[in-house]
Ligand binder design. Structure first.
Ligand code: ADP
Ligand code: MG
Length: 249
């Protein structure tokens, strides 16, 4: 706890929200509080992730306690791991471990991450594959390149984590050719763009298709104009809002 203070001061962390969970200053503390799978811990070390960044220290506990979240932190501060770690930590078991006729987990992905460009979606996918190494997670990038392998609905539904641009996923949603009612974690990365006129309709169609009562919503951005922030907070329940560094409006 002592160590977090200089870091917090340096980054000017502002948190709003009822009973916001305490930050976890180290990956070891996260492992103690929330049980990080050992494979994930060793993957972090393998890729030289030794200490969580400020936004990760705050967001991992908030998301692990299943709170909705609006997180604003400058570019390069590690927002990607802030949402990937909790998703991987809380999903526990890859869907592919269930036998073909075991419907206990329901059909379809349990996490959806939307990003505004295919390059960004690709980067998130790469990062997610690194963290999932050694476990049988089905992490799927929805793109032109994967359209072939995703051509039948069954293969689209036998995934754990979907990473997509808004249009790719929305086109499956509007044609009712994907199951999203088992999604527990929905993340909008670069939320300022996702909640802007360009993507808002597609994003909202996808959110509407995520019908699970325990759906957690999180948005991440370097900047979040007031209008976009209001849209985000209005669709959340008891959210936590965190700003690291100066909010750039
Ligand atoms: P943002 O989305 O906030 O712009 P990224 O998630 O893309 O930031 O991370 C920026 C860079 O920092 C990436 O190269 C990533 O691998 C690296 N990084 C993220 N978290 C850590 C960490 N805990 N320790 C070391 N490097 C990290
Ligand atoms: Mg980013």
């Amino acid at each position: 706890a002592e160590e977090s203070r200089p870091q917090q001061q340096k980054h000017r962390v502002a948190i709003k929200g009822k009973d916001a969970p305490q930050a976890a200053d180290t990956f070891a503390e996260m492992a103690e509080r929330f049980s990080i799978p050992s494979q994930l811990l060793s993957n972090l070390a393998k890729y030289d992730y030794h200490h969580p960044t400020a936004i990760q220290s705050h967001c991992v506990p908030i998301l692990m306690e299943l709170r909705d979240l609006a997180a604003i932190s400058p570019t390069g501060t590690g927002k990607t791991l802030s949402y990937l770690l909790p998703i991987i930590m809380s999903l526990k078991k890859p869907i592919s471990h269930a036998s073909e006729d075991d419907n206990s987990m329901g059909a379809g992905a349990r996490a959806v991450i939307l990003a505004p460009t295919k390059e960004l979606a690709q980067q998130i996918h790469n990062e997610c594959l690194k963290l999932c190494q050694g476990r049988k997670w089905r992490v799927v990038l929805f793109s032109k390149a994967t359209a072939n392998t995703l051509s039948d609905k069954k293969s689209r539904d036998r995934v754990d984590i979907i990473i997509s641009t808004p249009l790719r996923l929305a086109s499956f949603v509007t044609s009712k050719s994907i199951e999203l009612d088992n999604v527990r974690h929905l993340v909008l990365d670069e939320a300022d763009r996702m909640l802007d006129a360009e993507f808002l309709d597609q994003v909202q169609e996808t959110i509407t298709a995520c019908t699970h009562p325990q759906l957690q919503k999180a948005v991440f951005s370097a900047t979040l104009p007031a209008g976009a922030e209001k849209i985000a907070l209005d669709m959340m329940r008891n959210p936590v809002r965190i700003v690291v560094g100066l909010k750039d409006t």
